[in-house]
Design a protein around this ligand. Structure first.
Ligand code: FAD
Length: 494
């Protein structure tokens, strides 16, 4: 029986001797899944290190403490705003709790000098990682929340810290804080999490549709996974992709994949491509201001751009055919797939330079933008905060423009290329880099290993290279075939 079940069972027993009002609260608790993330000695550092959230609240409590039990509905009311796939304001504050009554957590609670229950702390998540707190320590970025006794007071305290005006009654997308300044160069760094999210979502869609149906789709899937294993910006995803490659023969014997997420180990569903915590259920940079805009398809574009700037000249045509085939076989939006395939087929000469491929993805995306600009204006289906534009706007890259008028733009392709390389290269992963600043050397190394910072796109990480080498053995014959075909290969017409 889990701790949550035990706690609920205890609360139900307690409820039989309490007032009808408190019974109602208890029923509410047991009816809903807790939103605050349970932390313990084992997962404390990893959860706080991996979260996209800028801030964290850590509640130290003891499950036997009656005040903590009464406080839980208040804490959960605030947690529901920030945590989980249905969060109203996701990715801003991570709400967590640690049960100090569990013997295994004693050292952790001691490190934060927990003197009473519940005791709440606030700070940037990375400051908690391998962190500590002492009562009279000056200049600590970890603060004790001294006025959070009710949900209202806790939210007020948080609002004061970050200058926000969140309310307990906020509804999804009503009080929207989506990033909407299209000209802010720094915002792309938030998309680092979206690239992982879109990768995992694409993988889940393939599983849900049992989409590897033939030797052709199987080959297309393997090629895409190879590309991810070598060049995905996140080490988690590169590792996951390499593991799928290594095990592919067992997971999909003769192309017949088993997709279940439970049961034995030999199923594709048991190999979460970016680790078990992703998809998280929400997007950051790609979050729309409406429920049904942006999200996955935005994340997929950013993934494609980020891959394009990370490949070498010799891989450019392989990357091109791989992405074309992947969209054609696995992007379950018929109109998108068909339009994109037409644009793939219009490429008559194999790419020799990575630069040409980077610019091809960019101009193809702009062609889609141009078409959708008209469609969305006439149908009113666009996101009002994110109208389609020919990209990048002048404010983002003035040097990209040689000249422009209302009808046409003359681009300086050299500058566009440089801009894309930096924007989807180092800039995209800069947030993660910043997060690791001010940590110890070892911590920084381990953090940057998780979500890499493969800023030099041309270097294949050793781990991935090793995994690919192993995978190459397993798929040697296939890989050999691809390589010989690669140069002349053209996207297939459907
Ligand atoms: P997106 O167009 O998704 O762009 C995401 C982000 O990328 C933008 O916010 C911007 O920061 C950046 N960006 C924008 N343009 C460029 C560029 N040229 N180069 C580099 N970066 C850029 N929808 C349809 O309705 N019909 C289609 O036929 C269709 N085809 C698609 C084909 C593919 C392969 C994909 C991945 C998506 C397709 N979509 C299509 C979805 C559509 O392109 C958008 O993804 C979706 O409308 C969400 O738009 P968005 O505002 O999030 O911005």
């Amino acid at each position: 029986m889990s701790l949550v079940h035990l706690l609920i069972a205890g609360l139900v027993i307690a409820a039989s001797s309490s007032s009808p009002g408190s019974r109602l609260i208890l029923r509410e608790i047991s009816d809903q899944k807790d939103k605050a993330v349970e932390l313990n000695t084992t997962n404390f550092d990893s959860v706080l290190k991996d979260t996209p959230a800028k801030y964290a609240v850590v509640e130290f409590f003891a499950h036997w403490c009656p005040a903590c039990r009464n406080y839980k509905p208040h804490y959960e009311k605030v947690a529901r705003l920030f945590n989980g796939p249905d969060a109203i304001h996701p990715g801003i504050v991570l709400m967590t709790r640690v049960d100090c009554a569990m013997k295994t957590n004693t050292k952790l609670c001691d490190k934060f000098s927990v003197s009473h229950y519940p005791m709440l702390f606030w700070g940037p998540p990375t400051k908690f990682v391998s962190g500590s707190w002492e009562p009279k320590k000056d200049k600590s970025e970890i603060l004790v929340i001294d006025d959070g006794r009710t949900a209202e007071r806790l939210l007020n305290w948080i609002n004061k810290q970050i200058g926000s005006s969140y309310g307990l009654d906020d509804q999804k997308f009503k009080n929207e804080h989506a990033l909407s300044n299209l000209t802010d160069y720094n915002q792309i760094s938030q998309a680092v999490y979206d690239v992982e999210e879109a990768t995992a979502e694409a993988f889940d869609i393939i599983l849900a549709h049992k989409a590897i149906k033939s030797s052709e789709t199987s080959a297309s899937f393997i090629r895409f996974i190879q590309l991810l294993a070598a060049h995905h910006l996140s080490r988690r995803c590169r590792k996951g992709a390499a593991e799928i490659l290594v095990n592919y023969d067992d997971l999909c014997p003769s192309g017949n994949c088993s997709y279940e997420k439970s049961g034995g180990n030999d199923t594709l569903g048991n190999f979460p491509i970016c680790g078990k915590d992703v998809p998280r259920g929400y997007y950051m940079f790609c979050r729309g201001s409406k429920n049904d805009t942006r999200g996955f398809s935005c994340g997929l574009w950013v993934l494609m751009h980020s891959l394009s700037v990370r490949i070498e000249d010799g891989e450019s045509h392989f990357a091109f055919t791989t992405i074309c085939d992947f969209v054609n076989n696995f992007f379950m939006c018929d109109e998108c797939r068909l339009h994109f395939n037409d644009m793939c087929l219009s490429v008559k000469t194999p790419f020799k330079k990575a630069r040409d491929f980077v610019l091809w993805v960019w101009s193809t995306h702009n062609k889609v933008n141009e078409r959708l600009m008209k469609d969305e204006a006439s149908l009113g289906t666009g996101d009002p905060k994110f109208p389609k534009i020919i990209w990048p706007p002048k404010e983002l890259c003035p040097l990209c423009y040689l000249s422009s008028n209302q009808k046409s733009i003359e681009w300086d392709h050299e500058h566009v290329y440089k801009f894309l390389k930096n924007y989807y290269g180092p800039k995209l992963v800069s947030l993660y880099k910043e997060k690791s600043v001010s940590r110890s050397k070892e911590e920084t190394v381990s953090a940057t290993e998780d979500l890499t910072v493969a800023t030099n796109a041309l270097v294949v990480p050793i781990g991935a290279a090793l995994a690919i080498a192993i995978a190459s053995c397993a798929f040697g014959a296939l890989a050999c075939y691809w390589r010989t075909q690669q140069k002349n290969r053209k996207p297939r017409r459907r």
